[in-house]
Design a binder for this molecule. Sequence first.
Ligand SMILES: C[S@@+](CC[C@H](N)C(=O)[O-])C[C@H]1O[C@@H](n2cnc3c(N)ncnc32)[C@H](O)[C@@H]1O
Length: 454
Amino acid sequence: MIKLNDEIILNIEKLTPNGCALARFEEEKFVVFVDGALCGEEVKVKITKLNKKYAKGEILEIIKPSKHRIKPPCALYNACGSCDFQICDYDYSILQKTLILKDIFKDITDEEKIYDVIKSPEILHYRHKIQYPSRRTKNSKRMLLGYYKNNSHDLINIKYCPIQPEIINEIAQFIRDNFIFDCYCEKTSKGLLKNVVFRITKDNKNILLSFVLNCNIDEYQKLYKSDFILFTKNITEKFSEIKGVFVNLNPDKSNKILSEIDIKIQGEDYIIETLEDKKYKIGPSSFFQVNPKSAINLFNTVKNQIKENSTILDAYGGVGAIGIFISDRAKKITLVEENKNAIKMAKENFKLNNIKNYEIYEGDAKKHLIDFQKEKRMFDYVILDPPRKGCDYDALLAVLKIAKNIIYVSCNPQTLKRDMLHLKKEGFSAKFIQGVDLFPYTHHIEAVVLFEKI
Ligand SMILES: C[S@@+](CC[C@H](N)C(=O)[O-])C[C@H]1O[C@@H](n2cnc3c(N)ncnc32)[C@H](O)[C@@H]1O
């Protein structure tokens, strides 16, 4: 039996949904998870964690490397850990994502219904929303902006990130060099700047910049406003791509990065993104897909399933991204969304795209879906695109009563599986599952599922 600190040799069997590799040790086939290994590799690991069900091993040596192993394109790969699939070539990572989906859904869906993941049009510089936590070093008070090291809250100062547009690296450096206030400290809950959030259109020409602050509106106006106005003037003079600068006031201790309180310091309220022939106003705190070019593939996967002249409910609709993209097929679109700022943008986006046959409901999707059920409403298609935690069970029960067809868009295959099981029990099964790669070089998988009544 394995013991802690043992050094053992393993053959990697597969990659798992959270990106780490799985091997089984000797005859007992005891499961050992290994970060940073690839299928078919022979690795020597040291056991660093052990419980009754599984162990974790840290690689000491890659004895037989995979032919798909590459040198990570990012110099900070070992320190940062956000892009865990940088160790293999892109085609291989796509194959692995398809295999991961097949593995997750094998007991509830036929394998041939799980299609190959669609590649991202870009694999570098694709990320168009960046959220950098900030910190100052203890002694020199140097400002750090970057990502946390894997499974930790150690902040890595990211001076160059190859998956984001180059201009963001330059603006981040300007902020490091010129920002005068202190940064937030999680341990003491003190300090001003929590995060810097960048949002940029896919042509890299229009940027919204937000400073997420640990203060309320009175404190902001009394203590910080005049300096932020000056800082904004300087940064927008240097970077003409920055079209709007905001502070987002978030004194809560929760993990939520952005509050709903955006205060504009200078410039535009929004930037405009274009996906095919549709235009979207995007505000500083509303959700929009981080990889817009790949989002076009995602949205077309949805659109291709929808028959002309349909009634469509876009639940968890955000700024209207999917509803508007598929609007040519709609008799009427009903959008439900809880974020006030996103609702405001959604209304403007329907107008911007000259869409008249729409209605918008603000608030919790569960409440509205249950109301629709009580009103005996029926939609040709209900599109569900919930956050990572998936759909509320009661919301799903209501969907079953109001949908002729269900299209589920998910960024978390695990909660998708849970929700699919609920739907299957009630008579809806998957016609197909289509993965779309929105997050190259990471293990994250976006998937679209079309359900049909059994
Ligand atoms: C994954 S995003 C999808 C947004 C949109 N479909 C898109 O592609 O841009 C999920 C959206 O659901 C919203 N949301 C989260 N929980 C919600 C709830 N309980 N009721 C309604 N909307 C919710 C979020 O504000 C966010 O806009």
